[in-house]
Write a protein that binds this ligand. Structure first.
Ligand SMILES: Nc1ncnc2c1ncn2[C@@H]1O[C@H](COP(=O)(O)OP(=O)(O)OP(=O)(O)O)[C@@H](O)[C@H]1O
Ligand SMILES: [Mg+2]
Length: 240
């Protein structure tokens, strides 16, 4: 399998906090990988290194064979942050148009993609309302649409399920699966173990900056009956 993301011994230090500690991780093309772990375990920090927004203190991160901070790499990556701070007076359509411009996309493509994506995330009816009037889940949906705008090869989502209602979750899951069928690679962090189990080919579990499990959801089970919650608890317990 071609590795789309290769993290090798990456460490991120903030003052005297080692947020990520010698992490090695690989994500293959066409794979959906879930990124799990306790609060403060280093997931968002790792995501920032994969996006080239944060340089590792030690170790290396390569994305599609290149430096993740290079513009040519970034153009091929879509990102939805944990907490998005969008301009509150823009509506969803204007938001996508703004991001399309940032990505260097032409206006006609942005408009076509905007219609398609607002429909896909269920925001078509709210597209002309300013974002400051959106509910939490609606903002989350706008974030998904923004991340998908440039039809990126790699999609990195920091807690995409937070705030989504059950119907939006089902729709989102189907959307992610259809992207995988088109050969896209998806890496997302989550605390939603049920959703992660339904969607992922593999998971990585973080604890205190270290990866304590990296593999298929069912591998540890042996009995073929392990759900992700049991795997998660067992792995955390064994890593004490
Ligand atoms: N800019 C920063 N300055 C100082 N410490 C930071 C900074 N960013 C993260 N940290 C610390 O690094 C550690 C990992 O944080 P990170 O945000 O990566 O965790 P996380 O796994 O995403 O947690 P959560 O599930 O709560 O989102 C935490 O101890 C956090 O306090
Ligand atoms: Mg986080």
């Amino acid at each position: 399998m071609t590795e789309v993301v290769q993290v090798s011994g990456a460490t991120a230090v903030f003052g005297n906090v080692k947020a990520v500690d010698g992490l090695s991780l690989s994500i293959g093309r066409g794979e959906i990988m879930g990124f799990l772990g306790t609060n403060g375990a280093g997931k968002t920090t790792t995501i920032k290194m994969i996006l080239g927004l944060l340089k590792p203190t030690a170790g290396e991160v390569s994305v599609m064979g290149g430096d993740p901070s290079l513009p040519e790499t970034r153009r091929r990556v879509g990102y939805m942050p944990e907490m998005a701070y969008y301009y509150p007076y823009l509506n969803a359509r204007e938001l996508l148009s703004f991001y399309g411009g940032l990505c260097g996309m032409d206006g006609r493509t942005v408009r076509a993609r905007t219609d398609e994506l607002l429909d896909a995330v269920g925001l078509a009816d709210a597209a002309k309302r300013p974002l400051k009037t959106y509910s939490k889940g609606m903002l989350q949906r706008a974030g998904v649409a923004q991340a998908l705008l440039s039809d990126p090869e790699l999609l990195v989502l920091d807690e995409p399920f937070t705030g989504l209602d059950p119907l939006a979750r089902i729709r989102f899951r189907e959307l992610m699966r259809s992207l995988r069928e088109r050969g896209k690679t998806i890496f997302f962090s989550s605390h939603e173990l049920g959703e992660t189990e339904l969607l992922c080919d593999r998971v990585a579990i973080m604890k205190k900056g270290r990866c304590i499990y990296h593999g298929p959801v069912r591998e540890l089970a042996g009995d073929g009956d392990m759900n992700l919650e049991r795997l998660f608890l067992k792995t955390l317990e064994e890593s004490k």
